[in-house]
Design a protein around this ligand. Structure first.
Ligand code: ZN
Ligand code: FE
Length: 257
């Protein structure tokens, strides 16, 4: 069975991911932050969602749920959090989401940091990670600590290198620009930054990347590298060399960017 993944652009820079196949009328929708573009896509492709997977409660990931629910009544899965949309079936670490309509199964990974209940979905060599891991970046720490983001990125970084990474936003270009300030000598990053620049000139999607690629050029996954530690200390000289301290410093640097 050939699985296809589509990025449906929504709001300013969100992607609503859709998993579908030629053989099935059903599809899976991840993080529908806006109703109109995903409903248009479903109508054009004659698909109906069997399930909606939600990574976290932020409006730009859930705002389309109510309209999809009214029209298609899919199963809705997401983290344990009272701020999730009505009818969300709660998931915890190690749970499996089974989608028999498409013969798909995803493992749930808890990755609190961007929000305290953020989860990611892993299966079929794919990772849907919402606002935790971006290409060459990571989510803002709204409800978590640098140590929690370090643990989350270590957990995602331990997945097989060929895992394809589907992030919640098209942030690759600004992330690469910042990452080059942290690691100007990183040749994998230089190559990626060029690739992203060309893709964005043609308004193309820069995702998915892979876990192996992110390990090579994502500064937030490289907080144990000498160059990244040195860059963090050039901004905040008083920090320790521990990876959570380095992650905290480069996250604050990026926030002020
Ligand atoms: Zn978010
Ligand atoms: Fe978001």
């Amino acid at each position: 069975m050939q699985i296809e993944i589509n990025a449906v652009p929504a709001l300013n820079d969100n992607y609503i991911w859709v998993i579908h196949t030629a053989a099935h009328d059903h599809c899976v929708v991840i993080d529908p932050g806006e109703a109109a573009p995903i409903i248009r896509w479903l109508e054009q492709h004659h698909k109906r969602p069997a399930a909606i997977l939600l990574t976290h409660h932020h409006y730009d990931h859930v705002n389309g749920v109510e309209a999809l629910n009214n029209q298609f009544n899919p199963k809705i899965w997401g983290p344990v959090d009272e701020r999730m949309p009505e009818d969300t079936q709660p998931l915890s670490e190690g749970d499996h989401v089974d989608i028999p309509e498409l013969e798909l199964n995803f493992e749930v990974l808890e990755v609190p940091a961007h929000t305290r209940s953020h989860i990611a979905f892993f299966g079929h060599q794919m990772l849907f990670c919402g606002d935790t891991l971006f290409s060459a970046g990571c989510g803002r720490l709204f409800e978590g600590t640098p140590a929690q983001m370090l643990a989350a990125l270590d957990k995602l970084g331990a997945l097989p290198g060929d895992t394809r990474v589907y992030c919640g936003h098209e942030y690759s270009q600004s992330n690469c620009e910042f990452a080059l300030q942290v690691e100007p000598e990183n040749s994998a990053l230089q190559t990626r930054a060029e690739q992203v620049k060309k893709l964005r000139e043609h308004d193309r999607v820069t995702l998915p990347t892979t876990i192996a690629e992110e390990r090579r050029y994502n500064p937030f996954m490289r907080t144990r590298e000498t160059d990244v530690i040195a860059a963090a200390k050039s901004i905040e000289p008083e920090i320790e060399s521990a990876p959570e301290a380095v992650l905290g410093a480069i996250r604050r640097w990026k926030d002020a960017h």
